[in-house]
Design a protein around this ligand. Structure first.
Ligand code: SF4
Length: 938
């Protein structure tokens, strides 16, 4: 009928609630439709700044994660041998009393004996603070086995990085380079951005050994050999320098290219920045010829040429050191092409494309004022944008590779300019960072003096004993991993089992499936968790507490299981103090609210942590008379102040009108809920670019509490903190590495990026293990959560090992054959598929599809445990022992797990079911879960 209004979107239920998705790490806004108290449908929130209404397959399948039969139902106490899976259900009073008893004893005697490690925890601002207040240095989340190389390299170079720290300028980039991406970092935001690039006709080049995911829609795929990205990037830098296609003006203004570096071979200050008596860095002014303070009004630094400074030492600008290194023929395309697995001509062409794109600036008509007060009529930028993630960072050369990528950005002048990569507020942060980790002094009953994770500036910030040995159970911030700023979670269980550097009492894990897909060598990890001391008959790790929402493979190894809610049943806080969700045009944060009540005897982990803190009397969690300060996590989110006026949430503070800074506001959560569970602050256009030196941005960021003061941030081509570690390794100063680590520290703590072969490559005979083996994250899955989801299992319930046809042909293999994959540390038997888009010397598979039989309430004969497999079984935790020292198979600067270094051989096997050596037997579900699965529970 004319004029009739047709309802295109009939209500699906009786209630709609907004919250934040947790089906991957992106934290999209969602609208959850409920009917009669049950979820019927999840859609994207069109108002939300992260996803603008876009919802991916994982997000919409959240309904099946909510109703998963694998949800734990009650606190559990182990009643059999560890690993056997025999538990009894207990009440929360008993569970919390047991946990409090163990933890109270540790805190009163030696707080280091608590190792508290969390997985892809989105509440690290709370969990890290809790560890600090408990007084243990032994805390971290999953970053050490994810992408700490990327984060550390960025924070020590440009005061930001990719993913949560920055984003490409989707509206103005003309050339977009993707390096080794994991598709959940980002997911929806990058998909939206890639679509925009395609609409605008921008060119996309993907550098990745495997052409899946975003690489599949790239205009050009560069299938490098794993672990050679750094060599490829440094070769491009070689070509740009040789052709003088770098942005000298940008370098002189905004980076430390002109800062003078002392040249005093063998001296205690060799390689450090020359400084005046007040400690200010110096430049050689090309206008006056004088050596003056960096940043002096009117001064312009020379970028080359030796100069004698006031005390008689010689110094050169850091740019000269850089140019000397990368103009070396060792970085010429012809010298690196063979290792990278592509031709020299191709490297030259890509470098030329980058130079050409950078030479045609994007100009935006936005006047802006720089930190020196100079007014600029417009914003000019280099339209070359980049994004990178775990693929290039999960190598033992990952830190220096990620540094190389940031170096390339700086040389192009493509940092936070129109068309390039841009900071997401609250970044940039001052660089090099200086926030030493807490844990040097541990006192029973007292908090640490600083958060357990920090960012060292030199040897004096390390957590080492007088002999140079580690003070943390994971050896982070020791000479094995001086910038281990996200911890080394992948070494915790092995070190705790070995009592290295000391035995612990309680291992407290939260949503970290360490007995399976979160550990290299999961069978060995499980063995260590269940191992007993032959003399005492006691477990080597006396207590294991595990908190999770699901019956993962790790549950069987816990003594006490604290069941968490799902993400749809609790309050949560996506905080600027933790992992922000802002974008380049303004900071943002968000909450989760319970959209339905739990139907099981479970509690939000964050509530449990706050409850434990009150029982233990942790200083910041109790009132002066010792009563619990916070009733719940929601109460903490509203009332906790990390510094006066700065709390977990930045929106609606004070009387409700303040942003960033302000007193706690009782109505804050209601204001968030009314606004769709997020807050966003829009920066003015004059603050959108050049944030490191933009007066408007720096003032606004200071007012919001994002930075402490509005000082300009100088980008660090040359990373001086690394030179401080190197000098110690050369014998200077009072804090020195142990003798057997000095050569390693001196080599890898290089203030200028360099490339070296991944350690695993050097640890094995390449002829015996000729292939690299890597994993990719399937677009519809996120860690182990996805592959127990009834909808998502229909997309992937098994995985294959993918191999190039020519490689398969040479080995006599055909599509569908089964092979045994063998590394120096283990083997796995699995089916193969032939695929064109993979580097011929690389095999790969999807991550975290394979399950241990019986876990996650999957049927014992589920495809996940019969045809699905975990590549982790062939990845070693440690390098071969040398001189009595066991070093992790990790980056030597940050300690990041080198997942993608592993080398394998493959041999034809009989068709059958997945086999690993050793083969883990099936696990049994806890009591109550089988009944629940049969519908006996409500
Ligand atoms: S991208 Fe991640 S956070 Fe966003 S809807 Fe998908 S699963 Fe949820």
């Amino acid at each position: 009928m004319p004029g009739e209004v047709i309802a295109l979107s009939e209500p699906i239920g009786d209630t709609v609630k907004t919250t934040t998705c947790y089906m991957c790490a992106c934290r999209c806004g969602i609208r959850v439709h409920l009917k009669d108290g049950r979820i019927r449908y999840i859609e994207g929130n069109p108002d939300h700044p992260v996803n603008r209404g876009v919802l991916c397959g994982k997000g919409s399948a959240g309904i099946m994660t909510q109703y998963s039969p694998a949800r734990l139902r009650s606190p559990l106490l182990r009643i059999g041998e560890r690993g056997a899976g025999a538990f009894k259900e207990i009440g929360w009073d008993e569970a919390l009393a047991i946990a409090t008893g163990w933890l109270r004893e540790i805190r009163a005697t030696d707080p280091r004996k608590l190792a508290f490690f969390t997985g892809r925890d989105q509440s690290q601002a709370l969990t890290g603070f809790w560890a600090k207040e408990f007084g243990t240095p032994n805390f971290s989340a999953h970053g050490g086995f994810c992408s700490v190389n990327m984060a550390a390299a960025g924070l020590y170079s440009v005061g930001g990085s990719f993913w949560e720290f920055g984003e490409p300028d989707w509206e103005h980039a003309r050339l977009f380079l993707l390096f080794g991406v994991a598709e959940d970092h980002d997911s929806n935001p990058i998909k939206i951005g890639l679509a925009r690039l395609k609409e605008r006709g921008a060119r996309i080049v993907s550098v990745n050994p495997v052409r899946t995911g975003y690489s599949a829609i790239a205009d050009e795929w560069v299938g490098l050999r794993p672990g050679t990205d750094g060599l490829f990037i440094l070769s491009i830098i070689h070509l740009l320098l040789a052709a003088e296609r770098v942005d000298l003006d940008f370098l002189a203004r905004y980076t430390n290219a002109g800062w003078l570096v002392v040249r005093d071979p063998g001296g205690a200050t060799d390689g450090l920045f020359a400084r005046d008596e007040a400690g200010r860095t110096l430049i050689h002014d090309r206008r006056t010829g004088a050596v003056v303070e960096a940043g002096s009004a009117g001064a312009a630094p020379r970028l080359a040429g030796e100069v004698r400074i006031a005390d008689g030492r010689l110094a050169v600008p850091s740019f000269q050191l850089l140019a000397e290194r990368y103009l070396d023929p060792a970085y010429a395309p012809e010298a690196v092409a063979g290792r990278c697995g592509i031709t020299a001509e191709r490297i030259r062409r890509i470098a030329a494309e980058i130079a050409q794109a950078a030479a045609e600036p994007v100009v935006l008509p936005h006047p802006w004022t720089d930190a020196a007060g100079v007014r600029h009529a417009e914003m000019r930028g280099r339209p070359v944008a980049m994004h990178a993630m775990r693929g290039i960072s999960a190598h033992s050369n990952g830190f220096q590779t990620c540094r190389a990528l940031h170096l390339l950005q700086m040389l192009l002048g493509a940092v936070d300019t129109p068309g390039s990569w841009r900071y997401k507020a609250p970044y940039p942060r001052p660089t090099p960072p200086h926030a030493p980790p807490g844990g040097k002094e541990v006192r029973p009953g007292h908090p640490l003096h600083a958060m357990p994770l920090g960012m060292p500036s030199g040897p004096e910030d390390l957590l080492v004993d007088p002999a140079g040995g580690p003070l943390r159970i994971d050896h982070a911030f020791s000479w094995e991993a001086p910038l281990g700023m996200h911890g080394l979670m992948h070494t915790v269980i092995a070190n705790a089992h070995a009592g290295d550097p000391y035995p612990i009492d309680t291992l407290f894990l939260y949503m970290a499936n360490m007995a399976w897909n979160s550990s290299p060598e999961p069978a060995e990890t499980a063995r260590q968790l269940a191992d007993k001391d032959e003399k005492t008959g006691e477990y080597r790790i006396p207590h294991v507490i595990y908190a999770d929402a699901y019956f993962s493979e790790t549950v069987a190894y816990a003594d006490l299981v604290l069941p968490d809610t799902t993400y749809l049943e609790r309050f949560d806080c996506i905080s600027l103090l933790d992992r922000p969700i802002g974008n380049a045009e303004g900071p943002a944060d968000a909450i989760r609210q319970p959209v339905l009540a739990p139907d099981r005897d479970v509690r939000p982990f964050q509530d449990v942590l706050i409850d434990l803190a009150g029982r233990l009397g942790l200083h910041a969690f109790v009132t002066p008379n010792g009563a619990p300060r916070y009733a719940s996590y929601a109460d903490y989110i509203v009332h906790h102040e990390r510094r006066p006026g700065i709390g977990p949430l930045a929106g609606w503070r004070g009387d409700g009108s303040a942003s960033g800074r302000g007193a706690p506001n009782e109505d804050q959560l209601e204001r968030y809920i009314a606004n769709g569970c997020f807050w966003r602050h829009e920066l003015p256009p004059e603050a959108h670019y050049f944030k490191f030196a933009n007066r408007d941005y720096l003032d606004a960021a200071t007012a919001l509490g994002l930075i402490d003061k509005p000082a300009p941030i100088t980008l660090q081509l040359y990373a001086e903190p690394l030179q401080r570690f190197r000098l110690a390794a050369l014998g200077h100063g009072g804090i020195l590495p142990p003798p057997d680590l000095r050569e390693r520290v001196a080599r890898y703590c290089d203030p200028l990026p360099f490339w070296y072969p991944p350690f695993e490559q050097e640890a094995v005979d390449e002829a015996a293990f000729p292939l690299s083996a890597i994993t990719q994250r399937p677009m519809p899955m996120y860690h182990s959560w996805g592959s127990q989801n009834a909808w998502l299992r229909q997309i992937h319930d098994r995985n294959f090992l993918y191999i190039a046809p020519e490689t398969a042909g040479a080995l006599g293999l055909a599509d569908g054959d089964w092979v045994t994959v063998t590394s120096r540390s283990g083997s796995v038997t699995c089916p193969i598929r032939l695929m064109e888009g993979v580097n011929p010397l690389t095999v790969w598979t999807w991550n975290a599809i394979g399950k241990r039989a019986g876990a996650w309430m999957l049927a014992p004969d589920a495809a996940e445990s019969r045809q699905g497999f975990l590549l982790n079984h062939v990845i070693a935790t440690f390098l071969p022992e040398r001189n009595g020292r066991r070093l992790p198979s990790s980056d030597p600067v940050t300690g990041q797990a080198a997942w993608y270094d592993v080398r394998v051989r493959i041999e034809k096997a009989a068709k059958g079911v997945t086999e690993t050596v050793p083969h883990p037997p099936p696990v049994l579900p806890p009591p109550g879960m089988i009944l629940a699965a049969r519908g006996a529970h409500a």
